[in-house]
Design a protein around this ligand. Structure first.
Ligand code: MOS
Length: 752
């Protein structure tokens, strides 16, 4: 038998061939009988009321089946829980109120997509428009204090204002980050069909259980009557993490028509019917003694949200506790504007909130004439400076040292503008990365046959991240099988629940509960084997038996084929396992089964802080006359506990680093400030990097063992790759040019 695969070994994606040959079924690809097609009508104003709807011309078009508006749906569904909770979007499904430009105000359903689209343009909507506030500095916004993103107060210690005033070396600067959109390749789609009183929803989702429970609440249908299927997701990044308004509209249309309804919202509609990264603003004050020891850290941050939502991107619980500092003050705010509700986007709090801190650390290093890596070393800590709680493990400086060596940092001339190549000014910059090690409550089912075939069932999600692959790998490792003997079934709310695929928690969630199930399989086989009167293990200690290479094995070379061991327990072993991780709410399993979020957050564990760390290095080249900025080379080193599969992990890190460069140099959603409207809602004008923009990206795995985070020692890698890279780029631009650009993205006009 071929060698089994082990945890920690590189392994190609088990779904790779299906994806590149078009066999993988994304939710919009699922075949339903005789579907009708929906097209969304979205608001043309950012604030006001829908005063009149004239759908006569649309309804008269041959093939048009239905025009849903608030006038004919009111009272039938509850609004989505999004605003006020996390993520989500607003809609006129429940009233005539328009909260933002591009909000869904009507849905046209027809026999074909083309007819629906044509008819949607013929729906005449009259608005009672009101003046709209587009964001920071617009008239009519309101600003209020915000907790940390995870909930609870933000870090504080000592008397930061007094310490800042008294310290000899200081930085006091303001920074900002723009609105950005996820723009996953796959559009926002929903297909709904009813079988009697049962609803099936095909929708790309990072949380099938959340869509199921949220929709049940909206429609007033028992949760058990709704099934949400999402076998493959064509990119999530947080944008498919929450239930949005479109889903209930489509469910309603399918119910009225007694016919399946398919929606594929357009690319530009995706900018307003889903969530996005909120723009943020910061003031950072850092003070140090002349040796570089931080004396005060004051971080005030504000992020934009919609009128009704309390969603905030407040990353202060990380920025306020990253470095040793006796005096810390952090204050979060949110500013309500006439905008769609923002939400999770890769490292939602850390990407915008470590940007200003990591730039300010670079500025402080320059003030002190200390190397920026050394400044971090001077202020490295084993514990949270504000609570005294220890970090479960922290390899930040090992990441810096390994990345610095690979990057060639020792050859850097610290003087800005000192390094050049012909007409190009060269800048080298670095920054810290940190991301909370999270894990959710989870459940799964595993069965094993005498033929040595295992089947894993879990409502996990495949966002391109590698869930199918790592589940295969963990089962193969723990059951002693070859990967081709393991099948994995995920992406269906009818399977044992596994929570949300977000917060870099999912791999830890699903691998730990699967390992627990596999251990139960082993234990059952072992106990039966030692209890048997005959056979090689009679009377042995079951703890000493392992599953390996298709056999049950014990000490002294004792072994029997798996078929024997499985037949002894009745022909097939089936195990249902549940895992409530350390630090999760005590009622976490109950919450999980109801479709809620039951997370243990490394940033909020009672026993200590669990975080992954990294160091980002980047080279930029700025043309001396045109000020064009290139970023030809980046190195990132990360320590995130145990890595299940270096192949998929490398892609995760690399994708994050590339996105970090993009976030610094390319991406911004532009807003017409008079109208509160996005105007670059397509791939032609929303800038994203191409191969020529990102040339060499090197990822370094810094080995780390952490036995406290969870039994498998995993910290999660989905998001840390993006964190800090925006600051590293800005620091490199300063090194090249002497100019501090504190407002992202860094574009030519800011450097002229
Ligand atoms: Mo991730 S932004 O938490 O889906």
């Amino acid at each position: 038998m071929a060698a089994q695969v082990r945890i920690g070994e590189p392994m190609p994606r088990v779904d790779g061939a299906a994806k590149v040959t078009g066999q993988a079924l994304f939710p919009a690809d699922e075949t339903v009988a005789g579907p009708a097609y929906a097209f969304l009508v979205t608001s043309a104003v950012a604030r006001g009321r829908v005063a009149r709807i004239d759908a006569a011309e649309a309804e008269a078009l041959p093939g048009v089946l239905l025009v849903l508006t608030h006038e004919n749906t009111r009272g039938e569904v509850k609004p989505p829980a999004g605003p006020g909770g996390q993520g989500g979007t607003t809609t006129t499904l429940e009233s005539d109120r328009v909260w933002h430009d591009g909000q869904i105000v009507a849905v046209v359903v027809a026999d074909s997509y083309e007819i629906a689209r044509d008819a949607a343009r013929r729906v005449k909507i009259g608005y009672a428009a009101e003046p709209a506030a587009a964001g920071f500095d617009s008239a009519g916004t309101t600003t209020e204090p915000a907790e940390s993103m995870e909930g609870g107060p933000t870090p504080k210690a000592g008397d930061a204002e007094a310490a800042f005033a008294a310290a000899p070396v200081k930085v006091d600067a303001r920074y900002s980050t723009p609105t950005q959109h996820h723009n996953a390749m796959e559009l926002f789609t929903t297909t709904c069909l009813w079988r009697g009183d049962e609803l099936v929803v095909y929708e790309p989702s990072q949380f099938v259980g959340g869509v199921q429970s949220g929709l049940a609440r909206q429609l007033g249908v028992p949760r058990e009557k709704i099934r949400v299927i999402s076998k493959f997701v064509g990119g999530g990044f947080g944008g498919k993490g929450g239930l949005t308004a479109r889903t209930a509209w489509i469910a309603l249309a399918a119910r009225r028509l007694r016919r399946p309804v398919k929606l594929a919202a357009t690319r530009d509609q995706g900018f307003t019917i889903a969530t996005y990264r909120a723009e943020t603003r910061h003031r950072i004050r850092l003070a140090a003694d002349r040796q570089g020891h931080l004396q005060a850290l004051i971080h005030q941050g504000d992020s934009v949200t919609s009128r009704p939502s309390k969603y905030n991107a407040n990353g202060l619980s990380t920025s306020g506790r990253l470095y040793a500092c006796p005096n810390v003050l952090t204050e979060g705010m949110i500013t309500h504007a006439d905008r769609n509700t923002p939400g999770f986007m890769r490292a939602p709090p850390e990407t915008p909130f470590l940007f200003p801190l990591e730039c300010a650390m670079d500025e402080l290093a320059a003030e002190l004439a200390i190397d920026p890596i050394e400044l971090r070393r001077i202020n490295d800590t084993r514990k949270d400076p504000t609570s005294g709680k220890p970090y479960t493990s922290r390899s930040l400086m090992r990441c810096f040292d390994e990345a610095a060596r690979a990057f060639g940092w020792s050859r850097r001339d610290p003087k800005p503008g000192a390094m050049r190549d012909g007409e190009w000014l060269i800048g080298w910059g670095c920054a810290s990365a940190a991301y909370s090690a999270n894990i959710g409550a989870g459940a799964c089912r595993v069965s094993l046959t005498p033929e040595g075939k295992a089947h894993v069932q879990i409502a996990a999600h495949e966002l391109g991240t590698g869930s199918y692959t790592i589940l295969t790998q963990v089962a193969a490792d723990r059951l002693g099988l070859r990967p081709q003997d393991v099948t994995v079934e995920i992406g269906d709310s009818a399977l044992p629940p596994a929570g949300i695929s977000a917060g870099s928690s999912h791999a830890s969630t699903i691998c730990n509960v699967l390992a627990k199930a596999c251990e139960e399989v082993r234990a059952r086989l072992a106990q039966a084997a030692v209890a048997a009167n005959r056979g090689p293990f009679s009377g042995q200690d079951p703890a000493h038996l392992t599953l390996s290479a298709g056999r049950l094995q014990g000490p002294a070379g004792r072994a029997e084929p798996l078929a024997e061991a499985v037949r002894r327990v009745g022909g097939v072993v089936e195990v249902h396992a549940e895992n409530l991780p350390k630090g999760a709410p005590p009622n976490g399993l109950e919450t999980l089964h109801k479709g809620g979020m039951a997370m243990s957050r490394g940033s909020g564990r009672p026993d200590g802080l669990a975080y992954a760390f990294g160091a980002q290095f980047v080279e930029v080249r700025v043309h001396e006359r045109t000020r064009e900025v290139r970023a030809p080379r980046a190195v990132g080193a990360f320590a995130a506990g145990r890595i299940i599969n270096p192949t998929t992990a490398r892609s995760q890190y690399m994708g994050g680093m590339i996105w970090g460069i993009s976030s610094a140099l390319h991406e911004a959603t532009e807003i017409d400030r008079r109208l509160g409207r996005y105007y670059n809602k397509d791939f032609a004008e929303y800038l994203i990097p191409v191969n020529a923009d990102v040339q060499q990206v090197d990822v370094i795995f810094v080995p780390e063992e952490d036995h406290e985070v969870n039994p498998l020692g995993m910290k999660g890698i989905g998001e840390i790759g993006i964190v800090g890279m925006n600051a590293a780029v800005a620091n490199a631009v300063w090194h090249a040019t002497g100019r501090r650009i504190r407002d992202l993205p860094i574009r030519i006009e800011k450097l002229l």
